[in-house]
Design a protein around this ligand. Structure first.
Ligand code: 13P
Ligand code: SF4
Length: 336
């Protein structure tokens, strides 16, 4: 989503805009404070020649200052088109690193370095290099496909990256039969269900999606049998089995807009439901109430401070960056 050129909202217009979220936290006092912060951030963006890229899971007030909001693939593509000097990334660390890998001469700022990811923590570059060497003795054709939810060191060990929206296409396009897929075992299982290639999965998971059970989905479906269930492929296989569609976060937005259905159960992190409620007001969205603690580390105050101080800045070893870029470029070429 390309956000509108920002005209700082007033406290009243912000309160009206966020009212559909029924969030008691958006009181008139809070909206007044947020409106002030939004005006400060807009001014800093102009003086720093900066853009703000934001992931779909961010807080609704972050959407108000973002120049672009999207899923991991859209954000990676958008990062290749930035002409500003500074990119402030409102998302998690691996996303900001991806922007830096693609834009070595720009300053990339992540407002809070604690914004990590349980998937990115599940594998290191050294662990992957060891496993790759071991498996290549058995499968000489082995290729490594790495989910973008990985560190730059891990990407540097991969033959290609993928995201939730193109994982099947990337695996299919690789000229190898044996694919080591890191680090999400749930996404690996989903890809395996869609390909005849042999997927060897790493044992990682997203702690947000992995906790969702099919029983929770069925309990909602019992009360609302007509609800369309949209699930993210980071969910367990038994959850995906009861979903009507398996989609990336932006895939869910497109599906909800285009579908004739009116009621949806959104099985992913809650922030996406907030975007849907704001953007598709004529439809009803039931959410799974799962928060990603890492995504929620990013706040408007933190974003204002990051723009003011141009810190914390993402830096990368150049050799790692160049090797990681190869894997990202391969993904962008394979799924252009
Ligand atoms: P998307 O690429 O579908 O937005 O997913 C990113 C992510 O971190 C999901 O947990
Ligand atoms: Fe990582 Fe899961 Fe948070 Fe996405 S929702 S950033 S995969 S921990």
């Amino acid at each position: 989503m390309n956000a509108e050129p920002t005209v700082a909202p007033t406290a009243e217009s912000l309160e009206a805009m966020l009212a559909p979220l029924r969030d008691a936290a958006y009181t008139p006092e809070r909206c007044e404070a947020l409106a002030g912060l939004i005006a400060d951030i807009d001014a800093l963006k102009r003086s720093r020649n900066a853009v703000i890229l934001a992931h779909n899971y961010q807080r609704p007030e972050i959407f108000q200052v973002a120049d672009f909001v999207g899923d991991s693939l859209e954000l990676a593509r958008q990062a290749t088109k930035v002409s500003a000097d500074v990119i402030v990334f409102c998302g998690v660390h691996f996303m900001a690193e991806t922007a830096k890998i693609l834009n070595p001469t720009k300053r990339v700022i992540l407002p809070d370095l604690r914004a990590g990811c349980s998937l990115a923590d599940a594998v290191t570059g050294d662990e992957l290099a060891d496993r790759k060497a071991e498996l290549r003795k058995v499968y000489p054709d082995l290729a490594v496909v790495g989910y973008v939810n990985t560190t730059a060191e891990v990407k540097a060990e991969c033959d290609a990256c993928c995201t939730s929206s193109n994982a099947v296409a990337v695996v299919e396009a690789m000229p190898s039969r044996h694919i080591l897929f890191v680090p999400d075992k749930n996404l690996a299982a989903y890809v395996q269900s869609k390909t005849t290639k042999e997927i060897i999965a790493w044992d990682g998971n997203c702690y947000v999606h992995h906790q969702i059970t099919p029983q929770q989905i069925m309990a909602v479906k019992e009360k609302l049998p007509h609800v369309k269930v949209l699930a993210h492929p980071e969910c367990r296989r038994d959850v995906l089995a009861v979903a009507d569609a398996v989609l990336s976060t932006s895939g869910m937005v497109a599906y909800a807009k285009d579908s004739p259905a009116k009621d949806f159960l959104i099985v992913t992190e809650c922030g996406l439901s907030d975007r849907l409620v704001l953007e598709v007001p004529e439809k009803k969205f039931y959410k799974s109430c799962k928060l990603c603690q890492y995504m929620k580390m990013i706040t408007l105050d933190g974003t204002r401070d990051a723009l003011r101080d141009l810190a914390p800045e993402i830096t990368l070893d150049e050799d790692v960056r160049v090797r990681a870029k190869r894997a990202l470029d391969r993904m962008l070429e394979l799924t252009a």
